[in-house]
Design a protein around this ligand. Structure first.
Ligand SMILES: Nc1ncnc2c1ncn2[C@@H]1O[C@H](COP(=O)(O)OP(=O)(O)OP(=O)(O)O)[C@@H](O)[C@H]1O
Ligand SMILES: [Mg+2]
Length: 246
């Protein structure tokens, strides 16, 4: 069964159609990639799914429920968690505190400052160990390298025990060694049952870890399927060659 189902989703910004009658679904247990040239509408689709912007028309179902008009916190509570194309770690807080503010049901507590409760600390520490950055627990997030921040972001989304993790360009700007760690962790988490929807421009990464691959161009899906099939699809080649480019 599809865990996430996007039907006929449309979003305009003024005169621009960012997402244009977009339809696709993400199967439970899959690592699905969403690719497409710059400006194809991928991040906008993420924003619509997580409820941070509202759609003009179309619907979004998660686990059989209509979440089209649900507010972001309710969507998150259902088990949808995401990272951002530009990392959003809070630089003044430590790595551990950054994870703690993402803990499930923390709500108002997080407004009272970054004090960390015991069970949150334990959960955060075990995630940091899993990601191989436990030695950074008490460092300010601002001192982390770009790749380490990506790992921190992955840790943060895992704090709420999501069913689907949506990653917006996890490989962007990350050095090859850290990228390998990120990929390994994604595969391990997927084995544990977490579904992934990944937006990424690194084609080697996309083609090696995901199935299926969904290709968007000008707001709509133009191809989807096994990575090899999509890679040789003439419509896909044309979208990349004829589009605005990297
Ligand atoms: N808040 C906004 N206001 C106006 N236009 C926007 C807004 N957000 C996105 N757009 C436009 O919508 C279109 C889709 O943008 P989006 O960021 O979703 O693309 P993308 O596929 O994520 O691209 P990239 O690969 O470069 O990240 C683009 O034309 C973009 O300029
Ligand atoms: Mg984007």
């Amino acid at each position: 069964m599809a865990l996430l189902e996007i039907r006929d989703l449309t979003k305009h910004f003024g005169g621009i159609i960012a997402v244009d009658h977009c339809t696709f679904s993400v199967e439970e247990g899959s690592i699905t990639s969403l690719i497409g040239p710059n400006g194809a509408g991928k991040t906008t689709a993420f924003n619509l799914i997580t409820g941070t912007i509202s759609r003009d028309s179309g619907s979004i179902h998660f686990d059989g429920r209509d979440i089209t008009s649900a507010p972001p916190h309710r969507i998150a509570r259902r088990g949808i968690s995401r990272t951002f194309q530009i990392t959003r770690a809070l630089g003044d807080m430590t790595v551990l505190e950054n994870l703690a503010v993402h803990a499930h049901g923390r709500g108002l507590m997080s407004l009272l400052g970054p004090s960390v409760r015991a069970e949150e600390r334990e959960k955060a520490m075990s995630l940091l160990e899993f990601l191989g950055i436990e030695q950074l627990a008490n460092e300010k997030a601002a001192t982390l390298s770009y790749g380490q921040r990506k790992l921190l972001e992955l840790g943060a989304v895992l704090m709420s025990e999501p069913r689907i993790v949506m990653l917006d360009e996890p490989a962007g700007g990350v050095n090859p060694a850290l990228l390998e760690t990120i990929v390994e962790r994604i595969l391990e988490l997927n084995k544990q049952g977490i579904t992934f929807l990944i937006v990424e421009h690194n084609m080697e990464l996309v083609m090696s870890i995901s199935d299926p691959v969904i290709v968007m161009a000008s707001g709509a899906v133009i191809a989807e399927g096994h990575p090899e099939k999509v890679q040789s699809d003439p419509a896909v080649l044309e979208a990349y060659l004829g589009g605005p480019g990297e």
